[in-house]
Structures are given as C-alpha cells and as structure tokens.
Design a protein around this ligand. Sequence first.
Ligand code: ATP
Ligand code: MG
Length: 196
Amino acid sequence: MGGTFDPIHHGHLVAASEAQSLLDLDEVVFVPTGQPWQKAERKVSPPEHRYLMTVVATASNPRFTVSRVDIDRDGPTFTIDTLRDLRAARPDDELFFITGADALAQILSWKDADELFELAHFVGVTRPGYELSESGLPQDRVTLQEVPAMSISSTDCRDRVAEGEPVWYLVPDGVVQYINKYALYTRPTDGEPTTS
Ligand code: ATP
Ligand code: MG
C-alpha cells in the first residue's frame, strides 16, 4: 500500500485491513513515498518521520510491515520503480498494489501502464457508492474495494494540529504522541517539522 502517510491515519489502516481480509493477503507492506512529485506544491515532512510514524501505526498488526524502498531511492517516487524494487526483493510473491481509486486512475494513465499490470494486481479502495466507470480505470485489470466511509485525510489531520485541535482517534495513539514529540505540523499547511 503506497502513500505519503503524512501522517498515516485510521482511513489508511482500515483500507489496508479490508484489503488484507477480502483478498486473503499474507502481508500488507506499507510503502511511504520518497519525494512525491504530485505534491510538489506543498512541503512534505521528511521521509524518516513519515516512515517512523508508519512503523508506529502498524507495529501491533502481525500482517502489516513497512518498506523503505521508496524513501531510500533518490528522486521522486514513481509506482513503476516501487513495484520493480518489491518484485526484485520478493521474486516469488504475488503482488497487489493497493491505493485510493483516485490515485490509481492517475497512476494507470501513465506510459508504463502495461508493465505496471505485469508487475501487480491493482486494488483501488473507495468509499461506498464510488462508480468505477467514472474513474477511467480499466475495469478488467483493477479490483475495486469498498471500505467503510471514513472522512479522514492527512490534510485534515495536519490542519487540525496546526490549529491546536485534537487528532486523537483519527490517527493511532502512538502517532499522536510522535507528532507531539517532534512538533510536526505546527505551522499551517506547510507541515515543516523540527527535526532536532
Ligand atoms: P493528503 O490529504 O495529504 O492527500 P491522504 O489522506 O490522501 O493525504 P495519502 O498518504 O495521500 O493520504 O493516501 C495514500 C492512499 O490512501 C491514497 O491513495 C488515498 O486515496 C488513500 N486514502 C486516503 N485517505 C483514505 C481514507 N480515509 N479511506 C480510504 N483510503 C484513503
Ligand atoms: Mg491524498
């Protein structure tokens, strides 16, 4: 499951848990992006913070792990590189790439789409009622996975922290504590943390 995870929240975790259960996956590997080129307009928190929050959030689930492939690769993150690296590390595994259906529609419109489909099955998580036919996704190559409606976003979590509002129960307890410990998201919108 790819994402910026700035911060990881319960929407991500529910989506991953639903996909794991419905597809009977052995493992869900969370892959925090390196510098996401789609989000160049906003300053994304340092990769190490996003990686560690993802580790904290997933530590209690034996089927959840976190991969550093994207944060350890220089340059912007492209899904094709993520999948090539995961494939090289796990040559015998069947790979599923889970992400929001909105993000998938963008990913699969790119030039490497054919190779993407060879490397993995694609799973687009959606809120109930979302129509695949409106997404531009090839209906035969992508599984859509409805997850319970959860109107949680990382953007809202960052804005809440910046406004001094609580994020308890929107993100795991350990992530609330991590955000406080490193004073992440204390400035509105840009989310630049102190790293000392
Ligand atoms: P931002 O608000 O910064 O865009 P985000 O909440 O969308 O952050 P991302 O890290 O961009 O979080 O999300 C990773 C993937 O998880 C995306 O494909 C996104 O569509 C999906 N996702 C995000 N929030 C939810 C949610 N509440 N339920 C299900 N999937 C979600
Ligand atoms: Mg998003």
